[in-house]
Write a protein that binds this ligand. Structure first.
Ligand code: A3P
Length: 306
């Protein structure tokens, strides 16, 4: 395996994707042992692109008949007391939030599952079975800022300065990076099978959250009825899953993600600012231009712009 000094430890290049050894081990385990089902829906993201938000929205939309967001029962909604990461587990383990594969096997169908794995590393059965995928990406300049802050919060002894982290990111060496390959892998699949792979952008979702909730419901084959629209269900899903609401809940402000055998990770690490364009506060003009140029070059001819 090719290795190099990464953000907090030596990173390994695992099938073209940079990650720490722990993540590489968990990805290889998932590839060998995870058993997909044809009605699984994967929520795929590059880290710090809005995974937590997408998990909350997808959970609220698909479970709204069991767990109403308006009227009687809305006060007992699971999102008020559980982290989106506990409600929608990642398939790769033991990276971050441990969910033994047996626990995933025990989940009832249809399962909502999260992943940071690039498309080409997904277990092949995921595509063979036609599992549907929602991919969420984000302006890369905001991603590098968010990643650096996140690592500062969660990695013991994290000491890399921002300039160095930025250079690694631009060079493609960041957790699950390069980001352009990650986006391109899912983009190409989306172009091939648009009905199976939904391709969304955090920044667009921020601009029109209700429109995206509607889109998600349609994709999950549980479109909103006229009655629901009149009752303001879409807006209530948006409100319940908003940064303002989720970040202030006790579970997310002081709880820890359920992990087995490792130090717990604070749920609050997943909530920082929740804004578009925070990179303006951190990147010099030169840095911004540099990253933009790399992204443009890497995506040339793909039809995708980030
Ligand atoms: P910032 O660091 O820019 O604030 P992920 O969930 O993939 O780890 O991404 C985390 C990013 O999404 C963080 O971005 C976080 O603040 C933001 N985020 C978390 N919950 C959100 C929500 N409900 N709505 C919008 N953004 C949210």
């Amino acid at each position: 395996l090719q290795t190099r000094e990464g953000w907090w430890t030596t990173f390994v290049l695992y099938h073209g994707c940079w990650m720490d050894r722990e993540a590489a081990m968990s990805v290889s385990l998932v590839r060998a042992q995870f058993v997909p089902r044809d009605d699984d829906v994967l929520l795929a993201t590059y880290p710090k692109c809005g995974t937590t938000w997408l998990k909350a929205l997808a959970f609220a939309v698909t479970n709204r008949f069991r767990h109403p967001v308006v009227g009687a029962g809305a006060g007992d909604h699971p999102l008020l007391t559980q982290s989106p990461h506990d409600l929608v587990p990642f398939i790769e383990l033991p990276f971050r939030h441990i969910q033994p594969l047996a626990a995933l096997d025990a989940l009832p169908s249809p399962r909502l599952l999260g992943t940071h794995m690039p498309h080409h590393l997904l277990p092949p059965r995921v595509n063979e079975l036609g599992c549907r995928i929602v991919y969420l990406y984000r302006e890369p300049k905001d991603v590098v800022i968010s990643t650096w802050h996140f690592m500062n919060k969660v990695i013991d002894g994290f000491s890399i300065d921002f300039d160095k982290a930025f250079e690694l990111f631009v060079d493609g060496c960041s957790p699950f990076g390069p980001i352009w390959n990650h986006c391109l892998g899912y983009w190409n699949k989306h172009v091939e099978e648009p009905d199976r792979v939904l391709f969304l952008k955090y920044d667009d979702m921020m601009a029109d959250p209700a429109g995206h909730v509607k889109k998600l419901a349609k994709f999950f084959r549980v479109p909103f009825t006229d009655e629901e629209v009149h009752a303001g269900v879409m807006e209530e899903v948006v409100r319940l899953c908003s940064f303002e609401k989720l970040s202030r809940l006790l579970v997310n402000s002081s709880g820890v993600v359920d992990r087995v055998g490792e130090r717990p990770m604070k749920n609050s690490a997943f909530f920082r600012k929740g804004k578009v364009g925070d990179w303006n506060n951190y990147l010099t003009e030169e840095m911004a231009k540099k990253l933009d140029a790399v992204i443009e070059e890497k995506l040339k001819g793909s039809g995708l712009t980030l």
